[in-house]
Structures are given as C-alpha cells and as structure tokens.
Design a protein. Structure first.
Length: 559
C-alpha cells in the first residue's frame, strides 16, 4: 500500500512524501515481522515436535497391545516404517507445512481483502484463476495421497526385507545368498522409487497448473487495470497508477501464496496417507485386550498352586483358518503336578502353551486356569500366573543380569543369583570377565544356544509363577547340563503346576505324568511315568505313546 502511495505522490505531489523517509519507516515494520518469524518458528516447531513424540509413543503402545495373531499377518518392517518414516512425514507436515500453510492462508485472505478494498472490479477479474486452481488441487491431490500411501507400504516391505536379511546374515552367507538378496532388495527399492516418482509427478502437475492459473490472473489484471488507468487520463482515471502498482503487488502476494498453499495441500495429502496408516493402528481395538499399559512385571509372594483344564478345545490359527490344529482336546493338569506333553512335530504342543497364555483365543471350548475361564481373567493377571521358557528363547540386548530380571523388576541381587545358580548360568558366566554384567548382544547373539536357554530358564525360575511351561527348554543342552538344569527346575518349581513340552525321553522322565497329543486330541495319558521304562522294554502294547517313544528311541543315540 505504501509503495502505491509513494508512486502516486511522486507523480502528483512530488514534495509531499520523501521516498527515503517512507522506505526507512517501512524498515521498522520489517524488523517487527522478522521477530514474528522467529517466534513462529520456535512455537510451531515445539508444538510439532511434541505432537510427534506423543504420536510415536502412542503408536508403539498400540502396536504392543495387539493380539499375537495380528503379528502373524503383519510384517515387522511395515510396523517399523509406520514408527519411523510415516511419523517422520507427519512431523515435517506439522513443523513446516502447517507453518507455511497458515502463513500462506493469512497472506491470501489479507491480500484478497486489500485487493477488494483497492478495486472490487479488478478483484472480480482476478477471480478467473480460482476455478482452475480449485479443480487441479482436487484432481491431483487425491492421486498424490493414493501414491504416497503406496510409497509407505512399499517402504514397509523394503524394511522387512532388510531387517530379515541383516538379522539372518549368517544363514544368507552360508547359502551364498547375498547376490540374490541384493536383487530382491533392489526390486523392492525400485517399487518405492516408482510410486514416489508417480506421487512427485502429480505434485509437479499440481504446482505447474496452479502457477499458470495464478499468473494468468495477474495478466488479466494488467490488461484490464492498464485500460482503467487510461480512462480520463492524467490521474483522472478509475484507478491511479500507484493503486494499480499496489494492486499488482497484492496480486503477486496472493498468487505466490496460493501457489504455496497448493504445495502445502499436496504435502498434506501425502501426510494424510501416512497419518492414516498411523491411526489405523492407534484406533485398532485388539481382539484380545490387555498388555501394554499395565503395571509391568510384578511378583506376588503368596502363590498357591493352580490347576489347568482344557475342555473340548478346538483351535485354528487365524493366519491359517483352513488348518485344524486342535480338535476337541480335553486335558486336565491338576495343581502341583508336572505333565509332559508329547507328540509328533507339528501336532500342536506349543499351541497348547500359547492358548494357556491366551496369546490366541480358542476357536471352540474353554481353557481354565484356577477354575476360571482365561477369557474372564484380565490378561495381565493371567500372564502373571504363568511363566514360559520358549522353544527358541529370545534375549534382549542388555546384560545377562538384566535378562534374568526381565520378568521381575523388583528382584533383589540375591534372587537373581539364586536363579542364575539354579539354571547353571553361573557355570558359564564364570569364564566371562564381566560376569553377569556381560552384554549379550542383540537378541542374545553373543551367547550359544544352550547358554541362552539357561538364561531363559533362570528368568522363569525367578518369576516363581504358579504355572510353569517349559517348551523344549533344555533341548540345546548336552545330557549332563540338561540333567543339572532339570534337577534345578524340579527343586524350584515344587508345588507348581508344570507343563513340559518334550521330545527327549530324558526330559519326559522328569514328569509325573505324560499326555500324548495326536490328531488335535489327547489320545493317551500315562500317570505312572516311573513304570515307563519297563513297559517299553517289554515292547508291550501298541499304544500311541509306546509307538512314539519307540520311534524316538530309535533316533536317540543313547539315554
Ligand atoms: N502362528 C501360526 N500361524 C499359523 N499356523 C501356525 C502358527 N504356529 C504354528 N502353526 C501351525 O500349527 C501347527 C502346530 O504347531 P505347534 O508349534 O504347536 O507344533 P509343535 O507340536 O509344538 O511342533 P514342534 O514339536 O515341531 O515344536 C503346525 O502345523 C504349524 O504349522
């Protein structure tokens, strides 16, 4: 506005305003605006970062809340991408796009007000650029969003691949698989690139068409406004030269900022794709509740042994609906007993443990712990009662001590030592200079299979849960260590209800009773495991167990 006034006064009243003074006073205004820029950046960056860190934490919490079946069908890399790249995209939208968008909007609205104030007629002329801007934003915006969503999905697949290969590098190397993995990875990366280019091209079309439309508006103003100055001539026209200059400057502001609004609109569409993927998980209600948000691992001193019942349990994995794993299984595990579950590989032994922990819900029938249906117990309470040593124990990247105390954050130094001694962790730890403080590496890579199993056993012993599941917990140990660890398990789990999933006869012999699982049912229960040897030696009977053990013995070198 002041620019226009300076031009008019230098034409009509050359002595009224000194252009240098006017320009200098404008400088103060510019300084104030500079201060505003600083404040804007600081406040909006802070707000953006706060929102993003909340978003990331909430997303992580929601991921951990999902039921086990969700992870059978969702790729890890996809979840990692949501936590990293998707959140990153939202972050840049919140910190820069929103800032630019708000500023551009204020400029467009304010500029338009000034346009109207200066000349309603020319403002009407400038409106010709609006319909094409609106239409191209709608048209290209939708496809930008679609392609960006695909970019994030493909990025998830790429991350999954990279993670899988890097974490299994020894297997890849031993099969000479590097070249093949590089090709596979490149294909995925190219898919990301193609989708990103497609999104970028739509963004370019949008920016280009907005540029043309906005500048066409400017040209129309020049054409019509130039004629309006001419009418009557010598300052007597419909609009003074200064006003036309101001009008053109406002129009430049409005056009420039409309163009940035369209860029911001494009990136907001991109962000909506990413944000949709984030909120898809945050808003997802897990099929089995509980998990994150509880008080964390606890330990209750007064534990009483509890019994477990499987009643007519039928089960199929949600990821493989057509395959029946359990089919009307009945099994009673009386409180304080030790039952070995045996059966062919893949018959569903580990599945029984997963159902007891309610990692999955049964398809039919009921699982009861302490007389209560597991579906009626809060999941954290249920899982607090059950301790498991998994078939392939997984350790976390900290020290051996931290790994043992994982299930019980309140454990004392002494408790940890007792458990470590009992599980024979101390035997191998003695040779490490750092002792229990030795760092085990990511997923425990710096320990041997048997050492990992011993740490996992110690972790479970420390929890002193009323129900303990050993899923082939000693399979990686040699006969001598297995005997020692099993003895320790026996002494520490007295009065508890124990389920061991076993293949080896030596492990089976530790139990009080044996349940044979076949065809999705318990087909035989042997209560007197002590009499087992004789029965087998006599080769008596044709029971499922006798058959299984005979086959097993023919494979085991000696026992
Ligand atoms: N998450 C899963 N999704 C789909 N199917 C699964 C899943 N986990 C296991 N299965 C299938 O369910 C069946 C039972 O598996 P489970 O792990 O319980 O067998 P298992 O008796 O413990 O075997 P093993 O003795 O070899 O450890 C198998 O046929 C397996 O392929």
């Amino acid at each position: 506005m002041i620019t226009g006034k300076i031009i008019d006064s230098s034409i009509y009243t050359p002595d009224a305003v000194d252009p240098v003074v006017a320009a200098t006073s404008l400088f103060a205004l510019i300084c104030a605006a500079g201060g505003g820029v600083v404040a804007r950046q600081i406040f909006l960056t802070r707000a953006g970062e706060n929102i993003v860190s909340d978003l990331r934490s909430n997303l992580f919490k929601s991921i951990l809340k999902q039921e086990a079946a969700y992870f059978d069908t969702t790729r890890t890399g996809d979840l990692v991408t949501r936590l990293t790249a998707d959140v990153q995209l939202v972050q840049s939208a919140l910190t820069s796009d929103v800032v630019n968008g708000v500023r551009a909007l204020v400029m467009v609205v304010g500029g338009s007000g000034l346009l109207l104030y200066t000349s309603p007629m020319l403002t009407a002329v400038s409106l010709i650029s609006l319909p094409p801007v609106f239409l191209s934003s709608r048209y290209f915006g939708a496809s930008i969003k679609k392609f960006q969503q695909q970019v994030q999905e493909e990025l998830g697949a790429t991350t999954t691949k990279a993670e899988e290969v890097i974490s299994q590098i020894k297997t890849v190397r031993s099969f000479n698989g590097e070249a093949l993995e590089v090709v596979n990875y490149e294909k995925k990366v190219q898919r990301v690139r193609d989708r990103a280019i497609a999104a970028g091209m739509r963004g370019a079309y949008l920016d280009g068409s907005v540029h043309v439309a906005a500048n066409a508006g400017l040209l129309a103003i020049l054409a019509v406004g130039g004629n309006m100055v001419g009418v009557g001539g010598g300052g007597g026209g419909e609009i003074s030269p200064g006003d036309l200059a101001s009008f053109l400057m406002y129009s430049l502001f409005v056009a420039g900022n409309t163009a940035s609004l369209s860029t911001v609109y494009g990136s907001i569409q991109k962000t909506r794709g990413a944000a949709g993927r984030i909120f898809e998980i945050i808003d997802r209600e897990p099929a089995i509740g509980g998990g994150a948000g509880g008080a964390g691992p606890t330990h209750k001193e007064s534990r009483v042994a509890v019994g477990v019942q499987f009643e007519q349990v039928g089960f199929r994995y949600p990821a493989r609906e057509d395959f029946v794993v359990l089919d009307g299984m009945d099994l009673e595990l009386p409180a304080g007993t030790h039952t070995a579950i045996v059966g062919h590989s893949g018959c569903g032994k580990s599945t029984v443990a997963s159902l007891l922990l309610r990692l999955y819900d049964v398809t039919s029938g009921t699982v009861k712990v302490g007389g209560k249906d597991v579906k009626d117990l809060p999941t954290d309470e249920l899982r607090d009662m059950i301790a498991v040593v998994q078939q392939e124990p997984v350790l976390f990247g900290g020290s051996i001590r931290e790994n043992i105390a994982y299930g019980r954050s309140d454990a004392s130094e002494e408790d940890v030592l007792v458990a470590a001694r009992a599980a024979k962790v101390t035997d191998f730890v003695e040779t490490f200079p750092e002792g229990l403080d030795t760092i085990v590496g990511e997923r425990g890579v710096r320990l041997s299979g048997g050492q990992k199993q011993r740490v996992a056993v110690a972790r479970v012993l420390l929890r002193q849960a009323p129900v303990v599941i050993f899923d082939e917990a000693t399979s990686a140990l040699d006969a001598e260590s297995e005997f020692a660890v099993t003895k320790a398990i026996e002494s520490l789990v007295r009065d508890r209800t124990v389920v061991s999933i076993a293949h080896r006869l030596s492990t089976i012999r530790m139990a009080d009773r044996v349940a044979v699982l076949e065809g999705g049912k318990v087909v035989e229960i042997i209560e007197d495991v002590g009499a087992l040897d004789e029965e087998m030696l006599r080769g008596r009977g044709d029971s499922p167990f006798a058959n299984l053990i005979r086959r097993q013995l023919s494979k085991e070198p000696s026992n």
